[in-house]
Design a protein around this ligand. Structure first.
Ligand code: NI
Ligand code: MN
Length: 227
């Protein structure tokens, strides 16, 4: 599979079974490496309602006619805005033409701001994906939690996408501990450097993961890697 980092927590993943887009925060992202109107995908996976994750999901869904896969309340919000959606919830799984998807817990919030109103959009989530014979874990925005050990026990994870920026999500130390529990072949860090508040040195994670014999691949926005 080929993973392209488009900035922040936005990735494009192309497997033998299809193309997935994660948390497409492109418009308004100072480090975005793609334009929303140029993206292709078979589905858009959105971890929660915050603007740095929902991003351009609704216009991309409308343009391509592909579903936004999200937790129920966020899916309903997107549907009311005219997007295609596939609602799921934590612990539930579904087999799509592009692969199998399961929603995992995430310790975070999920809301959309409309002017001065805050609209809560249910539980935030992460995603487990099996596509083209490989398994990917996209953690979403989350703090460290012990059930990552369970995910590591239950799934043979080839690639884990982990937030490292701190303040809103895990920092380096917690992300390293997460990787120890998840036991993936490859870790790609995300959710750092986009804003001053989440500046981080990903090389520090790479050093910690080296000791665990986990391959840490640091991608700059616009870079891609094959797994
Ligand atoms: Ni968030
Ligand atoms: Mn975020």
């Amino acid at each position: 599979m080929r993973l392209s980092f488009l900035g922040h927590s936005c990735f494009h993943l192309a497997t033998e079974q299809g193309e997935l887009l994660f948390d497409p925060y492109l418009s308004g992202n100072p480090l975005a490496a793609a334009k929303a109107d140029q993206i292709t995908a078979d589905a858009i996976l959105v971890s929660h309602g915050h603007s740095d994750h929902l991003g351009d999901a609704i216009p991309i869904s409308k343009r391509l006619g592909v579903p936004i896969v999200a937790a129920f309340e966020l899916a309903i919000y997107c549907e009311q805005k005219g997007a295609n959606t596939h609602a799921m919830h934590i612990g539930g799984d579904y087999t799509f033409p592009f692969g199998w998807v399961k929603l995992t817990p995430a310790w975070h919030g999920s809301s959309v701001l409309e002017g001065e109103r805050i609209i809560y959009t249910g539980q935030p989530c992460g995603f487990l994906i099996k596509s083209g014979g490989q398994t990917v874990y996209f953690a979403g925005d989350t703090g460290l939690f012990g059930d990552m050990e369970l995910l590591g026990d239950l799934y043979d994870i080839d690639l884990a996408l982990l937030p490292i920026g701190g303040n809103f999500v895990m920092g380096i130390e917690d992300a390293a501990r997460a990787a120890k529990m998840l036991r993936p072949q490859v870790v790609v860090p995300m959710h750092y450097d986009t804003f001053d508040l989440i500046k981080q040195d990903p090389e520090e994670l790479a050093q910690r993961l080296q000791a665990l014999k986990i391959d840490c691949r640091i991608l700059q926005p616009g870079e891609a890697t094959t797994i």
